[in-house]
Design a protein around this ligand. Structure first.
Ligand SMILES: [Fe+2]
Length: 246
């Protein structure tokens, strides 16, 4: 399986603090059937000052550490981009990590604040789409305003944004309300990707299979695999050689 959203790099956001914690997360991902993890550190101006060059450097160091320890996890480069006007400049400066490219659009993992959908977010998404960047909205099922009113999300889906739901939400790790919202989004056929959003072993582990299984009850087996395999692979684009579980 391919994990398109996780925080595995040590010491650069609210993911693992130490190298040993990070290695333990990677080993757990492998044990859980994940073969390829796109690391998506927070890119959040004023809070987590990561950008493409810094993530590329940290990723290379961590991949060699995993190789040295014979942990068979292949890493890809990405980032979780907190919505804000400063991102427009960062895109122009080629400092924003994208997940990949599909159908002529670069794919940006886009995060709203947890409490709300900021005013103007729809204009931000429309600007991105006009510039051939397709937002993949991170874990909308855990956003307070969207949990209360799913219609907040409708304009984004209508204009062509994709949605990533957290596997743990489907499993019930984030409470009943988030689980219900995740199931609702799956039932609407709005969800493109399930990802772990792993941060640590205790509360947010790098696991996809329990969420996939729970999602299969709503969308069926075949579609549930697409959420963790075919669609992530298509987003990563051509040239990726990865052996993934069948
Ligand atoms: Fe995240």
């Amino acid at each position: 399986m391919i994990d398109l959203h996780c925080h595995l790099l040590p010491g650069i956001d609210d993911g693992p603090e130490t190298l040993e914690e990070a290695v333990a997360l990677a080993a757990h991902a492998v044990k859980s059937g994940i073969t390829y993890s796109v690391v998506t550190p927070h890119v959040h101006v004023g809070r987590y000052e990561n950008d493409l060059p810094s993530i590329r450097r940290d990723l290379a160091a961590f991949q060699s550490e995993l190789d040295r320890r014979n942990i068979p996890l292949q890493l890809g480069l990405g980032g979780e981009i907190r919505i804000g006007p400063e991102i427009i400049d960062m895109v122009a400066q080629a400092r924003v990590p994208f997940l990949g490219e599909r159908d002529g659009y670069r794919i940006m993992l886009l995060e709203f604040p947890h409490g709300h959908v900021p005013v103007g977010s729809d204009k931000f998404a429309a600007w991105m789409l006009k510039n051939r960047i397709r937002p993949l909205i991170a874990h909308p099922e855990r956003n307070r305003q969207i949990m209360d009113d799913v219609n907040k999300l409708t304009p984004f889906v209508t204009m062509g944004c994709m949605l990533q739901v957290t596997a743990g939400s489907v499993e019930g790790r984030f409470g009943e309300h988030a689980r219900e919202r995740a199931m609702d989004l799956l039932a609407r056929g709005w969800v493109s990707v399930l990802a772990s959003d792993a941060h640590n072993l205790e509360h947010r582990p790098p696991e996809l299979e329990p969420g996939r299984k729970a999602a299969a009850q709503i969308v069926g087996e075949e579609q549930s695999w697409k959420l963790v395999r075919e669609t992530p692979l298509s987003i990563l684009g051509k040239g990726l050689h990865v052996a993934y579980a069948t």
